[in-house]
Design a protein around this ligand. Sequence first.
Ligand code: AKG
Ligand code: FE2
Length: 338
Amino acid sequence: MSADTVEYLLDDKEVDAILAIADRVRALQEDPADPGFYDRCWHIREELPVGLRRFLEDFRRTEPAEMCLVHGFPVDDAALGPTPGHWSAAGQSPAAGEVEIFLALCGMVLGEPFAWSTLQGGRMIQNIVPIKGDERRQSGHGSQSPLEFHTEDGFHPLRCDYLLLFGLRNQDGVATTISSVRDLELAAEDEELLSRPGFHIRPDDEHLRQLELRQPGHPALELMRRMRSEPEAVPVLIGDRRSPYLRIDRPFMSCVGDDPAAEQALDALMAELEAKKQDVVVGQGSLLVVDNYLAVHGRSPFLPRYDGTDRWLKKLTVSRNLRRSIGNRATESRRVIF
Ligand SMILES: O=C(O)CCC(=O)C(=O)O
Ligand SMILES: [Fe+2]
C-alpha cells in the first residue's frame, strides 16, 4: 500500500453507534438487498458517526486518492456461517446482515447505490465468493487465474463511480490489486492515442451469462448482446488531458480498425498499470472503496478450498448521478439498471 493511502479506523464508540443503527434497521425489517431500502432509509445515513461521514464525503468531494479504506467493523466469524459455494446460496445471518447495513449506509454517503439487473438477480448487495467451475474466469467468482486489471463494468457508460468491497472473510490474505491513473508515466504519443475514441470495450461474460442461464427472456439481454456485437468506439483516457480518468478492461477490448499503434499504446498502459500495482488485502472487518474513474482493480490468484472457509466479500456499486440511467431500467426501481 502506498504511503499516502487514505484510511479511517473506527473506534469503539463509533462501532457501538453503527451497531445500534443496524439493530434498529433490522427491527424495522428493512433489508439493504432490496432497492426500496435506499429510499425508505435514506436519512439514516445522517446518523453514522460524523468522523466517518466526513471522511467518506471528503473522499468523494476532493478525490484525494484512487481508493480509501475503513477498518474496524466487527465481524463474528463463527456467527457468519460457512462461505457459500455460490452467490445464490448466500444465506442471511444477522452477522452478515449488520455488515450489509453498514455497507449500504457508507454507500449512501458516497452517492446513489445501484445494481445491474444482469448480475446476481439485481440484488443490491452482492456476494463475491469463488465458485467451483469458474476458477479460470475473468470475474469476481474466479480464483486460480489472476483477475486482470479492469474498470468495474468498464464497457458501460453507466458504470459506477465507486466500488465498495467489504471483507467478511479472507483468511489467506488474498489481495485485491489496484493501480491509479495518476501514477502513470506514459510517452506523449501513447497518451495522445489513448485519449482518442479508438477502442472497443465489450461486456464481460458475466453480464450475459447469468441472464442467459436464468432469465433468457430478460430485456437487458438484447442491449448487452448489442453492446457486444456493435460496441461504441471510446477513449481509454477521458476528461482533462493533464489529469485524466481511465476506462479499461483489456481482456474484453480491441482497437478500432486493429490499429497496431493503438494496440501498442494499450500494451504500454497495461505495463505501466502493472508496474505501479498495489496489493490491498481486504481483511475481515475492512471496507475498501475504489474510485472507479481513477483506479483499475483486479485480484491475485488463489487456491479455493470450497470447504466453507473461502474468501468472502460483500460488494456494492455507487453512482454519483442516477438520472443518467433513466433509459436503462427494467423495473420500476431507479436503482436496478442494465
Ligand atoms: O475479489 C476482488 O478482490 C475483486 C473482485 C472484483 O473485481 C469484482 O467483483 O468486481
Ligand atoms: Fe471488479
